[in-house]
Design a protein around this ligand. Structure first.
Ligand code: ADP
Ligand code: MG
Ligand code: MG
Length: 887
């Protein structure tokens, strides 16, 4: 088995085997570019090493053979006393992990070869500088000496010599430094720096292998979702020297600006330096353009190569180079990372330049990047400092008065104030407050806490777990630990993209991209390009996109964003505020007459709600979900009420109403509300509620028809687990619709479908489909019940630990668990369609707006996803990318 490949043997498509750096070094070599020769030890070798804890059989011999070939080619031997060959030993995994793994330069120098190098080049300073760099890099990466030990010594020396930069140290200074570094190594490791060049090489290679498994590399991979089992390749390459005086230097450059995407080269250069100095920020670099002044010939050849590379890779390239005494050497290239803005701009300009077509352009901008382009933002200001920082739970920028509870949030919002809801943590009772607020700030909980999940679903900005904040509800204020006191009503600003909290009102704006996608005329080129690409995406995708919307405003916004209907219109938000009392009365009613009265009062209100939404979505389907949550969510909290009643009793001023209420709250109290009396179960136990809603929907439809509209409501029954539930409820709903039809002299056709959100329903979907006109997978509840996770309980308790311990790379509530929940979605839709070919199948729930999940749904043959209005463009985008990625 071959473990080692010469640069002339590979190409850019072999990243699995050679790592990104090795594959691209090979590609550049074969393009005839000036690349110092070398060879790549494959990721196979690394994996074998990591599995066995030692070099695999044959590796040693192969490296030897390759090294001899390299020596022959260069006419020098590694570490030779008179004329040494020096090499770099460079890590390079399949996916770039900047700064995470090791690289050692100048391998092969020792007490003898440093003299040879100096004599041969007639430059003692350069040779000694290279040696001190080897001691420093080898010492810290291979031998594990704290790198500060070297850095501190270097700083002391510079201070003693009164110089600002290492480039000003003399050969003699550096000779002293070499001796000092050797002492540091001996003191820290108990052994001398290895003088044998072959041993240096062997240990450097080993240490690159091992650097794959350092905790920081593992953490980086988890964040970037890079698999843990890839391993890294190792590149051994002949050294070229940027530290040979003023006609030498090292630099990095991009073929376009990675921050803005602007055309024109962009980069940094450092004269008289080896490459690691550029990135480490040891000295101030100069802009690449100034190289034109220092060394016109090298600058011109660099520019020509940059153009050649961009044409070859058909993408923006990120390049590392060194100039040795006026001669240019290419040391690395890769397709460069870029901001979301730059991604769009570069992709579209490359279409215009005929490098790529529109399909490629779409593939180059991820759904996540589009999301990033859509969040409102604060204008940048270096003088602004946060008073606290939490987790960036739901991006965006929100400004408003701090309010400490939901009631205040709702009341102030009603009188037109912008508010930020500040809570220790939120619970389902805070929904109204969150809806009323511009943003949510909590002092506890992580990125999957209730506040975070709900805020993301609603497109509200959220910073959670800002632990420095201590809320004092008694005095209506919060204290920032070690900082100011903020009174309720004070203006604050929160940045959900960075997790920062500011005092006062920081100016914000909707980005041009959003304004353009909503149909406004703007001429920002990125916004125009996004809109154009989105139009292109619509021509490619097969997945439909609807929105989750409960209000006419949301429906209108969703429509502007291109929603093809509403896939989930929740009705429980319609029972907040004033109407909550009606539900309360309904629940505590003594007799049927009282219950009827409450229902009769609710019906016209609901009818109006539905009418407005149907109007906003005229001509498009609106799927209304019948009331779903447990009813006690509409009643006061049990403990609060018990305290209130106890106090009243004590004062002998008992309120009969509170006593009755308490009785009912106790009756309805559940240990597991999520698995309790909710969804279709309510429709079976308290049928009046569903009837009222169906009558309101049918009447609203009739109203719209009479007004000349084209209403298309659909009724969706939640939490069905057995086909009998649906047949029972369906019969009654049809009866109500029939009555309204007869009353109004219209033939109202309203499809009745069901949510599939329990495992049993998915497994027996063929039976349920017999009575259902459509399915909609509720992937939130399905995830809870498949995993047996009660979301609000597990998020804080152990989801983070599960992520860290690698049970899953990302919470299954954020991105669909393809293996489990996804399998049930596939089974459910297949079984449903076995009974009813062509059964319309949708997905509603947070996953409908998550790029990876959208991709899965598109591939699973789902008809449409329904997501928050804000995510509609993302779903359109990602659905097209799913088609392109597969073709
Ligand atoms: P990273 O992956 O952290 O960028 P590299 O392996 O690219 O690490 O090495 C960092 C820098 O070291 C390079 O940008 C280059 O300037 C320098 N370097 C690496 N190999 C050589 C070499 N053979 N000759 C001269 N400089 C080198
Ligand atoms: Mg590099
Ligand atoms: Mg549900």
């Amino acid at each position: 088995m071959a473990y080692v490949y010469d640069f002339t043997q590979g190409n850019k498509d072999q990243k699995d085997l050679l790592g990104g750096k090795g594959a691209n070094l090979a590609e550049m070599t074969n393009l005839g570019l000036p690349v110092p020769p070398g060879f790549t030890i494959s990721t196979d070798a690394c994996r074998a090493f990591l599995a066995a804890g030692t070099e695999p059989d044959g590796l040693e011999e192969e490296v030897d053979a390759q090294l001899r070939a390299l020596e022959a080619r260069m006419g020098r031997r590694l570490g030779d006393a008179a004329d040494p060959l020096l090499v770099s030993v460079r890590s390079g995994a399949k996916f770039s992990m900047p700064g995470m793994m090791e690289t050692v330069l100048n391998v092969g120098l020792n007490d003898e070869s440093v003299v040879g190098l100096a004599t041969r080049n007639g430059d003692e300073r350069f040779a000694t500088d290279s040696y001190r760099r080897l001691l420093q890099m080898f010492g810290s990466t291979v031998l594990g000496v704290d790198s500060e030990a070297f850095g501190d010594r270097l700083d002391e020396l510079k201070a003693a010599r009164g110089v600002a930069s290492d480039a000003e140290l003399t050969a003699e200074d550096l000779r002293g430094l070499v001796e000092d570094f050797k002492v540091i190594i001996r003191e820290h490791t108990g052994a001398d720096f290895p003088q044998d060049p072959r041993e240096q090489l062997r240990r450097a290679i080993r240490s690159v292998f091992e650097s794959w498994n350092t905790p920081r590399a593992a953490l980086y991979r988890r964040q970037e979702r890079i698999p843990d089992d890839l391993g890294t390749a190792v590149n051994v390459q002949a050294m070229v020297f940027g530290n040979r005086g003023e006609t030498s230097g090292s630099g990095v450059c991009f073929t376009r600006d990675p921050a803005t995407g602007e055309p024109g080269v962009y980069g940094d250069y450092l004269p008289n330096a080896q490459g690691e100095d550029v990135v480490a920020g040891i000295r101030n670099t100069i802009p690449l353009a100034e190289l034109a002044r220092l060394d016109r010939a090298s600058y011109d050849s660099l520019l020509a190569i940059m153009e050649q590379l961009e044409r070859h890779y058909l993408d923006m390239c990120d390049i590392e180079f060194t100039i040795e005494e006026g001669r240019l050497w290419m040391l690395q290239t890769r397709v460069g990372k870029r901001t979301a803005e730059a991604a769009v701009r570069i992709a579209c300009e490359m279409v215009a330049e005929d490098y790529i077509d529109r399909d490629d352009a779409l593939l180059r901008v991820s759904g996540h990047q589009l999301i990033a382009l859509m969040f409102p933002r604060f204008a940048p200001d270096p003088d602004r400092h946060p008073v606290a920082t939490g987790m960036n739970a739901s991006p965006g920028a929100a400004v408003g008065r701090a309010v400490l509870d939901t009631e205040t949030a709702v009341a102030w919002a009603e009188r037109g104030e912008a508010v930020i809801l500040v809570r220790k943590e939120t619970n389902p009772d805070d929904l109204a407050g969150m809806l009323a607020a511009q943003g949510v700030l909590t002092s506890r909980g992580g990125k999957t806490s209730h506040a975070a999940v709900v805020a993301r679903g609603m497109g509200r900005t959220c910073v959670c777990g800002a632990e420095a904040i201590e809320i004092d509800l008694v005095n209506r204020r919060f204290q920032v630990r070690g900082g100011p006191v903020v009174e309720e009503g004070d203006m604050i600003s929160i940045d959900g993209t960075t997790g920062e909290v500011f005092l006062g009102a920081v100016p914000v704006s909707d980005p041009d991209v959003v304004r353009r996608l909503e149909g406004e005329e703007v001429d920002d080129p990125v916004a125009v390009s996004v809109a154009r690409l989105l139009g292109h995406a619509d021509g490619i995708r097969r997945l439909g996109v609807r929105a989750n919307a409960d209000t006419p405003e949301d429906a209108r916004r969703a429509r502007r964003f291109g929603a093809e209907g509403i896939g989930l219109c929740r009705t429980e938000h319609m029972f907040l505020g004033e109407r909550r009392h009606l539900i309360e009365r309904l629940i505590v009613a003594d007799d049927e007459a009282e219950r009827q009265e409450a229902l009769e009062k609710l019906e016209p209100l609901q009818r109006q709600d539905f009418g407005e939404i149907l109007e906003a979505m005229d001509g498009l389907p609106v799927t209304v979900r019948l009331i779903d949550p447990p009813l006690h969510e509409f009643l006061p909290d049990l403990t609060d009420l018990e305290v209130r009643v106890a106090l009243e009793d004590e004062r002998h001023e008992e309120d009969r109403r509170d006593h009755v209420l308490l009785e009912h709250v106790r009756r309805l109290h559940e240990h597991n509300p999520m698995l309790g009396l909710r969804g279709v179960r309510l429709g079976i136990v308290i049928p009046g509620l569903f009837h009222m809603q169906a009558r309101a929907i049918a009447s609203a439809m009739a109203d719209r028809i009479e007004a000349g509209g084209d209403p298309r409501p659909e009724i969706m029954v939640p939490l069905v687990v057995h086909e009998r539930e649906l047949t029972l409820v369906r019969g009654e709903l049809e009866k109500v619709i029939g009555e309204v039809s007869a009353d109004r002299g219209l033939d109202l056709h309203i499809p009745i479908g069901t949510m599939i959100e329990l495992p049993r329903a998915a497994l027996l979907a063929d039976r349920i489909a017999a009575t259902a006109d459509f399915f909609s997978f509720g992937t939130n509840d399905l995830t809870q019940t498949v995993w047996g996770f009660s979301r609000d309980d597990v998020e804080a308790a152990f989801l983070p630990a599960y992520r860290d311990r690698g049970v899953f790379p990302v919470s299954p509530f954020e991105s669909i668990d393809v293996d489990g929940v996804g399998k049930l979605v596939e089974i459910g839709s297949r079984l449903g369609r076995e009974t009813k070919p062509g059964l319309h199948v949708g997905v509603c729930g947070e996953h409908g707006g998550d790029p990876e999940s959208i991709r899965f749904f598109a591939e699973a043959g789902i008809d449409y996803v329904s997501c928050s209005p804000f995510r509609v463009p993302v779903a359109r985008w990602e659905a097209a990318r799913a088609v392109l990625a597969r073709d």
